[in-house]
Design a protein around this ligand. Structure first.
Ligand code: FES
Length: 387
């Protein structure tokens, strides 16, 4: 892995007290195990080598410490969090601590009884992800012939048991032209919120970018159709909220990733590594572990969390840019993945000297032919582990 002489392992000089917010949003990646194999999964490519998982008690300690530090929302994620047999206990513990809790699931492994048990334990919210509105495309991407049927049944059951429901569709070249069918399905399932989240290119999605990145025309069409549905549904008095997330590859300015490094988000991976974002593990920075340090030390004092706080780490053009307080130089993981140096400006920014990397990817999307995606599964992960 090249980092082009990145000073990522050096301690940045931030002054004595780092200025930053509280970890309001805690994401608990309970496990990397997952029955599906989506080729856009954001889990690390080498997950097959990372089998260690925190115990129930260790997770409950993490929740308590983070709550003490101000965390208010807790997302149970993975892999597939349903794989953990202690999920009811974890939900119950989080509820006692006063968290607003959200289960982020594929729905595979869910059943009526579990949905009821989670409700009784105090779960506030369930987000079910779909791969497509079309069973064939959905099952092809999920790598399971039964996934679509199961997801439909579980989405109906989530709603029947009175949860507010978010349906999440990661959109890309293979399903974005069916955006109208996706929205129709969400309306039919009475979703409260719909996330039409255009694929972000990290982890497995970065590996499969040429197969997944939609063209600009596809994207514009999808956005137009979404807006038409929004207007029509609002006129009909349907309270459904539809969120459309554009891939930053088609923007001229980068996203203010994670609302700023170490400002609001705290991710804990299955083995207890604490990260400022779910992808940060790829960076050549040492990140702390909850088994060795308290959440307070991790959040306030660790090099990993202080690394990109503030502005002193920035190079040009970010250092003198009048938009740096808005976008913080963009995404550190994207800068690293694409340029080899996490201190660089995110290449999405048209001021970046590396912006041609984004322009080339857009260009490639125009002429891309369908290639077989690399599925996120143990076998392929082991190939990456071997290098
Ligand atoms: Fe890691 Fe953007 S995903 S900083």
């Amino acid at each position: 892995m090249s980092n082009s002489g990145s000073p990522c392992n050096a301690q940045p000089s931030l002054g004595s007290v780092p200025q930053h917010g509280q970890p309001l949003w805690l994401l608990a990646e309970l496990t990397y195990k997952c029955p599906l194999q989506c080729p856009y999964c954001a889990n690390p490519l080498d997950f097959a080598n990372r089998t260690e998982e925190l115990t129930t008690q260790q997770w409950l300690d993490v929740f308590a410490q983070a709550r003490e530090l101000g965390a208010a929302q807790l997302g149970f994620s993975g892999g597939e969090p349903l794989v953990r047999q202690d999920l009811v206990e974890l939900i119950g513990g989080a509820r006692e601590l006063g968290y607003y809790t959200n289960l982020i699931t594929s729905g595979v492994g869910l059943n009526e009884r579990k949905i009821g048990d989670f409700h009784d334990a105090g779960l506030d919210h369930i987000q079910v992800s779909f791969q497509a509105a079309d069973p064939e495309v959905n099952n092809m991407l999920a790598g399971s012939g039964k996934a679509f049927r199961q997801k439909l049944a579980m989405a109906k059951e989530v709603k029947a048991q009175g949860y507010p429901m978010v349906l999440n569709f990661v959109t890309h070249r293979h399903n974005i032209d069916q955006i109208d069918r996706i929205i129709e399905l969400c309306v039919e399932l009475q979703a409260d919120y719909v996330e039409l989240a255009t694929c972000q290119y990290y982890g497995w999605a970065y590996e499969n970018r040429n197969d997944l990145l939609p063209t600009r025309a596809q994207l514009e069409r999808a956005e137009r159709i979404t807006n038409e549905y929004r207007d029509r549904l609002a006129k009909e008095g349907n309270p459904i909220k539809i969120i459309f997330v554009t891939p930053d590859y088609y923007e001229e300015r980068p996203k203010g990733c994670m609302n700023g490094w170490g400002q609001v988000f705290l991710t804990i991976t299955p083995d207890g590594t604490a990260l400022p974002c779910h992808s940060a593990r790829m960076l050549p920075i040492e990140f702390p572990n909850v088994r060795e340090q308290s959440i307070e030390q991790i959040w306030n004092q660790s090099n990993g969390f202080n690394h990109f706080r503030g502005y002193e780490w920035m190079k040009e053009p970010c250092a003198s840019c009048d938009e740096k307080e808005k976008d913080f130089g963009g995404c550190r993981c994207q800068a690293f993945m694409m340029t080899g140096d996490a201190n660089n400006t995110d290449p999405v920014c048209s001021k970046s000297p590396h912006h041609d990397l984004i322009l080339n990817a857009r260009q490639a999307a125009e002429s891309a032919e369908h290639t077989e995606p690399v599925f996120r599964n143990e076998r392929n992960s082991r190939v990456f582990c071997k290098g």
